[in-house]
Design a protein. Structure first.
Length: 584
């Protein structure tokens, strides 16, 4: 675990760590020396030799003073080191979140990040304090053993024999608890995910009166977590009780050895009592270790989880990034083309979502993606934004493979307006300016006007200073989309990737969003995922995805005349558009 811990907390704080280890070692040695010096002092007192006992007080007092100073320095360093580790872990996890491929956040692993930042960081910082017990369990008994050897080797021998027994017991118990702790962590993560899902689904569950049925998945996950927690507790019992039992057996061995020496040899009872006390002091640190082993194992599991998270490799950056190519002849100034060339892509070990997909979006043009659910429309936009790297083929922006572009350069030329718009818990103005922090007030207000955000601002109680809540919850879906479009206008990127989600909007919001999209698309390259076919009839090209590739490409009228898949989609939409609910 030590190597993994060093990799997690980084190379910093070496001087503070060294100071902490030295002060802990000094405290442990002085504690062992104090116990060792008590034995001859107690022997002298029990024999009534106060003068000899008084002479032992001086070195004993020195050991106590050294121990007190070392303990003060140790405690101070422990607090500083734990705080430094927390800060380092927060920074490294935060930096890793920024470096991770955007596609990583589509995975269920995203829910583990709060656990890493909360519970796991706290556990790792707690290792600092467990180190005191571990170092003390090594150095204090070793110092006491030296005193035992000097005072009487015969009682030191049974003390030495119990050490490997204690270590074997701890190792055997650890194997059981490692498995149960990992199972409980997985069950807890699943229960947390189901709880979040249940909370988000409350509007749907209540409106359909299915709260009880909708809770079944959560109940199953909670039951599984409860069972895993019980197994973890039962798995920890061997470690706890076997450790305690071993320590008690060691104490019994020391006591029996002392009694035998006192009754069958010439050793005086006073010396035997003093040595028994010293032998008991020898096994006492092992009792402390038995108490922290469960927590230490949990901390080790946390180190493993944080190390695994930090080990997730970001998408490779080019050693010599290429600049985005110049626009082609006749394209608007600053516009950039998009090309997919025989792209193949799979999510993990699953079947290919795209298999030989080829598509060209000319600079300044608008191409709409159409296809059944699961055809790969959203995947295309994510590959252009380099959420993932393709398995085969290439994705080019401005004629350059996105793998040869610096991530900052690629993202600077993209504006993403996806279906689920997320706004910061800030004012509307701050959310718009987030697209371009250097924008002037006039530029922000102009972007808001063009995106039809002005009516939203006028109805809010504090106007531009109104906060929109976490995720923009104080605004409707259409209003959040308008703010997102204003943010894209403010950024002014030459490419817009748009998950055009107007199908669930009311007529007023749909009209406003469509007008805002017209402003956004002027002079820009747009790749649009179409949910409502009537909104893309004026696109330059419409691409139909099926079987992992583009099977039809052309204008609306051309595709209707061809009588292919697009025509079938169109006629089906037209037929269902006239459906009405009838009352019997």
């Amino acid at each position: 675990m030590i190597a993994e811990l060093r990799a997690v907390v980084g190379p910093g704080q070496r001087r503070l760590l060294l100071r902490y280890l030295l002060s802990t070692a000094a405290y442990s040695l002085s504690e062992g020396a104090a116990f060792g010096l008590v034995a001859p002092l107690l022997d002298a007192l029990l024999r009534g030799n106060t003068a000899t006992a008084a002479r032992w007080l001086l070195p004993l007092g020195g050991a106590v003073v050294v121990g007190w100073i070392a303990q003060y320095v140790m405690g101070l360093c422990a607090l500083r080191l734990a705080s430094a580790w927390r800060r380092t872990l927060y920074e490294r996890i935060g930096q890793q979140v920024v470096r991770l491929p955007l596609g990583w956040f589509d995975d269920d692993q995203t829910g583990r990040v709060p656990q890493l930042v909360g519970r796991d960081v706290a556990r790792i910082a707690g290792i600092v304090f467990f180190t005191q017990a571990l170092i003390g369990a090594l150095l204090t008994p070793a110092t006491i053993f030296v005193f035992l050897l000097m005072l009487d080797w015969r009682i030191a021998l049974p003390v030495l024999v119990v050490v490997p027994v204690v270590l074997v017991m701890f190792a055997a118990a650890r194997r059981v608890t490692d498995r149960t702790e990992a199972a409980h962590d997985a069950a807890a993560a699943e229960a947390g995910a189901r709880l979040l899902e249940f909370a988000i689904a409350q509007p749907t569950l209540r409106s359909t009166r299915r709260s009880r049925a909708g809770r079944q998945g959560l109940d199953d996950a909670l039951d599984a977590q409860h069972a895993a927690a019980r197994r973890e507790v039962l798995g920890a019992l061997p470690s706890q009780y076997l450790g305690q039992l071993t320590v008690q057996l060691a104490f019994t061995a020391v006591l029996v050895a002392g009694l035998l020496l006192a009754t069958h040899t010439s050793m005086s009872p006073s010396r035997a009592v003093a040595l028994i006390v010293l032998g008991v002091s020898f096994v006492r640190p092992f009792e402390l270790v038995a108490g922290v082993t469960t927590s230490l194992r949990a901390s080790r599991a946390s180190v493993g989880r944080v190390a695994a998270f930090l080990a997730v490799a970001p998408l490779p950056e080019p050693t010599r990034p290429q600049p985005i190519g110049a626009p082609s002849m006749g394209a608007p100034i600053g516009a950039v083309s998009i090309e997919l060339d025989a792209v193949r892509f799979c999510y993990g070990d699953g079947p290919p979502v795209l298999d030989g997909a080829t598509l060209h979006v000319p600079a300044g043009g608008t191409v709409a993606l159409v296809g059944a659910s699961g055809a790969g429309k959203t995947t295309v936009t994510k590959l252009v934004a380099r959420f993932f790297d393709v398995d085969a083929g290439s994705v080019r922006v401005g004629g350059v493979d996105v793998r040869q572009l610096a991530s900052a350069d690629l993202m600077s030329c993209l504006s993403l307006v996806f279906q689920n718009v997320y706004l910061l818990d800030a004012t509307i103005e701050e959310n718009i300016r987030f697209g371009n922090p250097a924008a002037t007030d006039a530029q922000v207000r102009e972007a808001a006007r063009r995106a039809r955000v002005d009516p939203i601002v006028h109805r809010l109680p504090d106007g531009w200073a109104t906060r929109v809540g976490e995720g923009g919850r104080l605004l409707s879906g259409g209003e959040r989309q308008r703010v997102a479009i204003a943010r894209a206008l403010c950024k002014g990127a030459p490419i817009v990737l748009l998950d055009e989600a107007t199908s669930s909007l009311d007529a007023e919001n749909e009209a406003a969003v469509q007008a805002a999209l017209a402003e956004l698309g002027a002079g820009r390259t747009m790749l649009v995922i179409a949910h409502r076919l009537s909104t893309i009839t004026h696109a330059d090209r419409i691409a139909v995805l099926d079987g992992g590739r583009v099977v039809e490409l052309g204008r609306h009228e051309e595709l209707l005349s061809a009588g292919g898949r697009y025509a079938a989609f169109w006629h089906e939409r037209q037929r269902t558009a006239g459906w009405r609910l009838a009352r019997n």
